[in-house]
Write a protein that binds this ligand. Structure first.
Ligand code: CO
Length: 292
């Protein structure tokens, strides 16, 4: 693995977290927040590993603004973003309370502390279920539920979810982490702790690469292949490049099953979800938090 690039991608993410936080205020356009972060990633020498996820209240993940989105920041906002350098990824997330709400603040504390507790026991020899257990216990301590069907994940070059899931509950998995790059991401909620798939969230992935006949769709597919490959991308990135013709092409490519269009992962209506996430490089006798 290219350790230097992994660490650099993490440093960029850490710097951006501090830089963006004071700019996130109630009423600011989500689109503005996403663009600020994505531009800053490039300015600092990285690329977005995926579109900035900005998910509010019961939406846990996988929403990014569309090109003309008028959604504004409010409630409990999760900011989840990734940086890649030559495919080596850092993945990090934090939550912001924009309502001066005790409930929101406690939910945020619960997921942040769960992540800290998990970090304390992390090593190449740590078992998956032990991490799940400390996360679950910490979130339960505050009277909330961890989201059981969202999890952390192993990462490889150009691969955001490379096969191993890191549970947010005790799932009886005795699998050891071993060496590698991992994102840990507890979600805490006052809902049932189980997300379902909601509306589409403007984030796509090239899923079944094959030839298409429609000329515009073919042109856009080529661009996707060359620029994003196996990593997720936003519809607005293509609209910035190709104008409105990208909308038609994306719809067509989605209908033909070439592209996967991610649904938003959502809790029960009216409930709130918080998230905290960092990336860890686990070596034989050493664990490095790359994103802080
Ligand atoms: Co992640």
């Amino acid at each position: 693995m290219e350790k230097e690039k992994i660490l650099k991608a993490g440093e960029i993410a850490a710097e951006i977290k501090e830089w963006i936080l004071p700019q996130i205020k109630k009423g600011v356009l989500l689109l503005e927040i996403a663009e600020l972060i994505e531009e800053k990633i490039c300015e600092l020498g990285g690329q977005p590993a995926f579109p900035v996820n900005l998910s509010i209240n019961e939406d846990a993940a996988h929403y990014t603004p569309s090109f003309n989105d008028d959604t504004v920041a409010e409630g409990l906002l999760k900011v989840d973003f990734g940086v890649e350098i030559d495919g080596w990824i850092s993945d990090t997330a934090f939550s912001v309370d924009l309502e001066n709400s005790e409930l929101n603040r406690t939910l945020i504390k619960a997921s942040e502390e769960a992540l800290t507790e998990a970090e304390k026991i992390l090593s190449a020899k740590t078992k998956m279920n032990d991490v799940g257990k400390v996360i679950q216990e910490r979130i339960n301590f505050y009277g909330f539920n961890p989201v059981v069907n969202l999890s952390g994940h192993s990462m490889e070059q150009y691969d955001l979810h490379s096969g191993i899931s890191v549970p947010n509950v005790d799932n009886n998995s005795g699998l050891e982490f071993g060496e590698g790059l991992f994102a840990l991401e507890p979600f805490a909620t006052n809902g049932r702790g189980f997300i379902t798939e909601g509306k589409k969230g403007n984030i796509y992935l090239l899923e079944n690469d094959r030839n298409v006949r429609h000329p515009t769709a073919r042109k856009i597919l080529n661009f996707i292949r060359e620029n994003y490959g196996s990593l997720p991308f936003a519809s607005r990135w293509l609209i910035a490049e190709f104008g409105n013709s990208a909308i038609l092409a994306l719809n067509l490519l989605e209908r033909e099953g070439v592209l996967h269009h991610y649904p938003v992962f959502t809790e029960e209506k009216g409930k709130i979800v918080s998230q905290a996430e960092n990336t860890f490089l686990i070596e034989k006798n050493k664990v490095t938090k790359t994103t802080a």
